[in-house]
Design a protein around this ligand. Structure first.
Ligand SMILES: *Cc1c(COP(=O)(O)O)cnc(C)c1O
Length: 379
């Protein structure tokens, strides 16, 4: 089955006795068991729930994976994957991670003696220099937040196979429609389904997809033992969102490309970050591993300070100042004070997060209206 068909039908539920087209919300914690000696398919909803199972299968199908797991948030999914490791193990991670992931790694997991190295994942020489006998995992995000750099998944996939490392890709910014890390060589894909998969800014949810049976068994064990699952209602909303993922993504990408071109030509704009530009440093990798360039665009203002940047953001009418991304409505964020506030100003500036940097999550509204909104604010 092709992607668009899987997106619509991936949750097909032939067991449903009344023929409902949508997977029911099985709002139940427990299940009647046939007898003392025989157990039913479902026993307790922490372990599994039919609505969640439908979601797990749907996301797995979209990522070309055999096994899917859903969690109460993207960070809960990421946390479950780190629980595959043991004290003393080391992880090599991208240096431009989602702030919450960085916080989880540094402030929580380092207390349990798991060590994280943050580095440029496109530099194999540096990665090689960081590898030791304790290295177990490589953790990548691509495109990165908020500067939309691209990590070459295929190259790291080959490298991590050679060194017997578990290669994890956080595919949140691309969504499975634009990019599928498993066929490109990753071992595990994680998603904050809060973003594009859900697509409507109405849930917080996370997913993990993989093909390795041994790792999958361990993750199902962790999911049940630690219990950071999502409920049936949120599973249902994620499933509903997924049905339109391909259509939404096409419009997100189309609008983002128009906005990137508009911003680049604007005389009050300094830099525009968007992997679709031919002179973007990783444009060729993006073209090779992604179907399109995504719905995120970041830009900085020419000769501008925090005050001026704030004035521009205040004038926006359609773009709403808010955390998060990937919903149908356009949002704008200010990385220096929002997603990357936990870094020092020096750390931020060293990676390009200047006070005038604005990150757009371009929605599926009319592109002309979005451009007019930006144009008006920039005046
Ligand atoms: C939002 C996000 C997360 C965290 O997901 P939550 O659902 O907010 O817990 C992880 N990674 C990336 C890239 C994100 O954008």
């Amino acid at each position: 089955m092709k992607f668009n068909t899987k997106a619509v039908h991936g949750d097909h539920n032939p067991d449903n006795s009344i023929g409902a087209i949508m997977v029911p919300i099985y709002q139940t914690s427990t299940y009647r068991q046939p007898s003392l000696l025989t157990h039913g398919e479902y026993g307790y909803s922490r372990t599994s729930n039919p609505t969640r199972t439908a979601l797990e299968k749907a996301v797995a199908a979209l990522e070309y994976g055999q096994f899917g797991l859903a969690f109460g948030s993207g960070l809960a999914a990421i946390d479950a994957v780190i629980r595959l490791l043991s004290p003393g193990d080391e992880v090599i991670a991208g240096k431009e991670l989602y702030g919450g992931t960085y916080r989880l790694f540094k402030n929580i997991w380092e207390r349990y003696q798991i060590k994280f190295h943050f580095t440029d994942l496109n530099d194999l020489t540096v990665i090689r220099s960081l590898i030791c006998l304790k290295t177990r995992m490589i953790w990548a995000e691509t495109p990165t937040n908020p500067l939309l750099n691209i990590v070459d998944i295929k190259t790291i996939g080959i490298f991590s196979k050679k060194h017997k490392l578990i290669f994890v890709v956080d595919n949140t910014f691309s969504s499975p429609y634009l990019q599928n890390p498993l066929p490109l060589g990753a071992d595990i894909v994680v998603h904050s389904a809060t973003k594009y998969l859900g697509g409507h800014s109405d849930i917080v949810l996370g997913c993990v997809v993989l093909n390795d049976e041994d790792l999958a068994k361990k993750l199902y064990y962790i999911q049940n033992a630690c219990g950071a699952i999502c409920g049936p209602m949120d599973s249902f909303l994620a499933l509903r969102g997924i049905k339109t993922l391909h259509v939404r993504m096409q419009r997100h990408c189309e609008n983002a490309s128009k906005i990137a071109a508009f911003l680049r030509a604007h005389n009050k704009v300094d830099k525009v970050y968007w992997p679709g530009f031919e002179d973007h440093p990783n444009h060729q990798i993006a073209e090779a591993q992604m179907k399109d360039f995504g719905g995120m665009v970041s830009f900085s203002l020419l000769n501008s300070n925090l005050q001026r940047t704030s004035e521009v953001i205040q004038k926006l009418r359609i773009f709403t100042l808010a955390e998060s991304l990937g919903g149908v409505e356009s949002l704008c964020g200010h990385p220096a004070s929002m997603t990357h506030a936990s870094l020092s100003e020096k750390e931020r500036i060293s990676i390009g997060i200047v006070p005038s940097l604005i990150r757009l999550s371009v929605g599926i509204e009319d592109a002309e209206d979005l451009i007019a909104d930006l144009n008006n604010a920039l005046k």
